[in-house]
Design a protein around this ligand. Structure first.
Ligand SMILES: Cc1ncc(C[n+]2csc(CCOP(=O)(O)OP(=O)(O)O)c2C)c(N)n1
Ligand SMILES: [Mg+2]
Length: 545
């Protein structure tokens, strides 16, 4: 007779997973032991949060659930931030925690916490395996729900006595994925009519487009109807930035050039757009535009997002069907807007100022990378710059957390991405604070041989918070700290470190770093005086259209 842990691992194998990220503990030793005889690779991390972020980014890139594992109590609580991030960024993840035996869960007992309660608000599904015979159902349900639209986290609490005890002779359940139906014809027609009647329609594409693997259809749709596209931060690359219909990314908490497009538009086609990414009140203050919502799920309720027509179902099918019957538009009003955005991006390409300006860092980074290479941003002022100015050419090549927006995703996220795409260069763009939140995973990266480049924007501050404080109160409050010597820090792990000492250093260092074939840290001092300059410039914005 098999043990519960054996049946459990067989069910995980049946889901086709290649690896699990995590940290062993006492209450999951049975699972850990069974994994030795499995083809599933276990990647031992240095913090459970790192494991969760690795699973998060792997899930986001592949559409298949990334898996992380922790022990009970403190192991499980350490998973929480990464799990919440995956859930709100709509990344499929199955998170597993060991648990004390079912004979001691009813009382105060060493390291026991009600984990199902703890994970409930940060997952789509949280359950406990109370009996061994439900293992195949629980595992199958967890994967099915994690991967179904909108993807997110399924959490499994696995008590130690169920893992070590006998399990019935059961087989894993057949893997079946939820299919998304084609939207009703009536809605396709209605959407086409609204587009035909529009004076200036604008597309806002969200991460749902990338999840649906609908980027190509989106570009074809825009080309055929001649409608410009702005993407959210999490949909960068859904249309190549070099495409003349691309207007870059929206999501700043303030007016931006692209706001001019929203102001001028009378119809906004929100495709795969998710309200968690960007409050509707920021781009639709007077709630007067006609909104066409095209997504796999019905729209969230929001007083600034009242839908004129909801086309719910498979995004690819919706776009092809609408493009076929709507009339192509002759004029394209946003060309001058694109010109302004391009000029802004290029303005500092040759800037020699030091510390290096954010615009220049992103310009050089783009020069050093191929279109298929992947950049992952951590969270901070650098993310705002990256979202606005990094020119992404393909979907899932610029990974930004903008649902939960948790600092610390950068280093572990890059490891997850490199495992998915070992042939591509993977760069983390991170602040000096977010970097040190999970820098311990450099050791993991070196041990498992994932070469990643970590580009640290050094300002010795929580830069984004200074930016907000200056905007609101005109003075900073408690945002400073000291940094270690990042070059020595890299070397102490056995990684490579570079320090940028002048703006002209950056591009050559980046070109070296992408060829170094190890973990590389680059300490790049950044000139964040540009933050308030941007705020002032956007405050005086004169629309080019
Ligand atoms: C885990 C977590 N803690 C706090 C925050 C709030 N927060 C957002 S950005 C930021 C500052 C980030 O500083 P740093 O990593 O140095 O990046 P910079 O803004 O300087 O580019 C803080 C504290 C957050 N998003 N996530
Ligand atoms: Mg900083």
């Amino acid at each position: 007779m098999a043990k519960g842990s054996e049946l459990f691992v067989r069910c995980l194998e049946n889901e086709g997973i290649e690896r699990i990220f995590g940290i062993p503990g006492e209450e999951n030793i049975d699972v850990m032991d069974v994994l030795l005889d499995s083809k599933i690779q276990f990647i031992t991390t240095r913090h459970e949060q790192g494991a969760a972020f690795m699973a998060d980014v792997q899930g986001r890139l592949t559409g298949r659930a990334g898996v992380c594992l922790a022990t009970l109590g403190p192991g499980a609580t350490n998973l929480v931030t990464g799990v919440a991030d995956a859930n709100m960024d709509r990344a499929p993840v199955v998170a597993i925690a060991g648990q004390g035996a079912t004979t001691r869960l009813h009382k105060e007992s060493h390291q026991i916490l009600d984990l199902v309660d703890l994970f409930d608000p940060i997952s789509k599904y949280a359950t406990q395996i109370r009996e061994p015979e439900i293992i195949p159902e629980v595992v199958r349900k967890a994967f099915k729900l994690a991967e179904a639209e909108k993807p997110g986290v399924a959490f499994i609490d696995f008590p130690e006595n169920i893992a070590s005890g006998d399990a019935p002779d059961k087989a894993p359940l057949k893997v079946q994925r939820a299919e998304i139906p084609t939207p009703p014809q009536k809605k396709i027609r209605q959407a086409a009519d609204i587009i035909n009647d529009a004076r200036f329609p604008l597309i806002m594409a969200g991460n749902g487009v990338i999840r649906a693997r609908a980027a190509e259809q989106l570009t074809l749709f825009a080309e055929r109807l001649n409608i410009p596209i702005a993407t959210t931060f999490m949909a960068k690359g859904a249309i190549p930035f070099s495409h003349p219909l691309s207007l870059g990314a929206v999501g700043l908490q303030a007016a931006d050039y692209i706001s001019c497009g929203f102001d001028r538009a009378d119809v906004i086609l929100c495709i795969g757009y998710d309200l968690v990414e960007y409050h509707p009140h920021l781009w639709h203050k007077d709630a007067s535009r006609k909104i066409v919502h095209i997504d796999a799920s019905p729209a969230e309720v929001d007083e600034h997002y009242i839908v004129e027509c909801g086309v719910v179902g498979d995004i690819r099918a919706a776009l092809s069907a609408i493009a076929e019957i709507a009339k192509p538009r002759e004029e394209y009003l946003a060309a001058s807007l694109r010109q302004t955005i391009l000029q802004e991006m290029e303005a500092h390409a040759e800037d020699q100022g030091f510390p290096v300006k954010p615009q220049k860092i992103l310009w050089d980074l783009r020069q050093a990378l191929r279109p298929e290479d992947i950049v992952i941003s951590d969270v901070g002022a650098h993310k705002m710059w990256m979202a606005r100015m990094y020119q992404a050419e393909r979907p899932n090549t610029c990974i930004i957390s903008n649902g939960f927006s948790s600092m610390g995703i950068g280093v572990p996220g890059a490891i997850g991405a490199k495992l998915v795409h070992p042939e591509r260069t993977v760069v983390t763009v991170t602040g000096d604070a977010g970097f040190l939140m999970n820098s311990q995973e450099i050791e993991t990266a070196l041990r498992i041989g994932t070469s990643i480049v970590v580009l640290i924007w050094t300002d010795s501050e929580y830069g984004l918070i200074r930016w907000h404080q200056l905007k609101h109160f005109g003075r900073p409050s408690h945002i400073g700290f000291n940094n270690p010597d990042f070059v020595k820090y890299a070397e102490s792990f056995g990684a490579k470190g570079y320090r940028v000492e002048g703006a002209a250093d950056l591009l050559p260092i980046l070109r070296h770093a992408v060829r170094d074939d190890t973990v590389v840290l680059i300490d790049c001092p950044v000139d964040y005086r540009e933050n308030m300059k941007l705020t002032e410039k956007l405050g005086e914005l004169v629309c080019p259209i």
